[in-house]
Design a protein. Sequence first.
Length: 248
Amino acid sequence: MTEVPKTHPRRDSLVLRERLVGGFKDGVVAPQGLIAHGRGEAMYYLLGERTSKEARIAARAAAAALLRSERPVISVNGNVAALAPRELVVLAKTVGARIEISLFHRSDERVSRIQAVLESHGATDVLGFLPDERIPGLEGTRGLCSSAGIHSADVVLVALEDGDRTEALIRMGKKVVAIDLNPLSRTARTADVTVVDEVTRAFPLISGYAEEMSGDEDALDNGLAKYDREENLGAVMKTIASNLGLGD
Ligand code: PTJ
């Protein structure tokens, strides 16, 4: 991998790129994942590359939804495994969620490579290699899932997810928590809770709130009550407009 100079003003962004490229070379990230990352980078740039107040409000609601869940599942794709494997394993342990590898561009080889990455960061009982169920409405290998994971989950956390998949999960009656830098994406607009932030920041943010609120029913109620998706995404769009000099 290319060494990123410690003093480079855009070091954080370059480090994420290197993780993606490394993941691609290791067979973890799909080629399409590199393009998806570029789209995310553009949105992140427009958002000022920081965690907004809206992201914090959404992350609190996300943590509350996961803690209230009976059967939470974190769905993992190639990009997430390359960018934030440690952070996602920590979140899964904090909220007691199962981890399922669920790929848009599925191959058994990539699933097992992603599983190895997650296990090297402490994940156990990772689902996804032997799917035995389907997500209705999704054709081909895209629709595969596990009966012990996504199929029977009540809350599914998806990150960098394709809009079709998010909509299909909602049609199945799942509560969907999404992490997506694009407030205009179908995933962002249809998930029950959308955290508009970069995934490596969003996971620790949600974990932190989960630790803080665990066992405090009033805090969980409050976290959920303070979140309104349309209002939240509207405020995010205003930040983008303002950063573009298009103030109201
Ligand atoms: O590993 P696979 O086979 O499951 O494929 C994964 C990709 C990412 C290729 C697949 O899910 C895909 O095509 O995703 P989309 O439809 O391009 O959606 C990705 C969304 O994530 C876009 O809205 C991006 O803006 C957003 N995004 C990209 N990078 C980040 C991000 N959101 C948060 N953090 C990021 N680093």
